[in-house]
Design a protein. Sequence first.
Length: 182
Amino acid sequence: MKIYTKTGDKGLTSLIGGTRVPKFHLRIECYGTVDELNSYIGLILCQPIDLHYQQMLKEIQDRLFTVGASLAADPEKSKMKIPDLLQSDILLLETEMDVMNEQLPELKHFVLPGGNSTVSYCHIARCICRRAERLTVHLATESFVDEKMTVYLNRLSDYLFVLARKLNMDFNNEENIWLPRV
């Protein structure tokens, strides 16, 4: 099987269901941004982090494929069975954040991204996740999007922020807080 099809050479691509749309279509932007996010999470996975976080990030990557598949499907024409995103997927992120937050100092200031490369990758992934969420919310104003998709992306960006803080602590880095000039 060849990876190239030549069907996109004129700037169009197909959604699941066969609908042809321009490659700049909002639905393409949504799942393309989710794919970008997934790639950054893969980069975090390549770092020396605890096995538990590695397992969580692998789980998140799987869920992001579910989100991407849902976003890539034409809601009016697709007949393909796509895996479901479950409420338990959202609850898992919340539970994991609660466990990490119990070990972290209370957040009293804004945190500047950084600390080391791994923590910085988490912050980049968080920003990409927020963009994916914004695009998906926009798409939902024009077309059907399962509400769990936007909720999951919202919680995931929060999870990545808390993970960045926790990894900073695990690496014995001082948290870089923002102290505004006054």
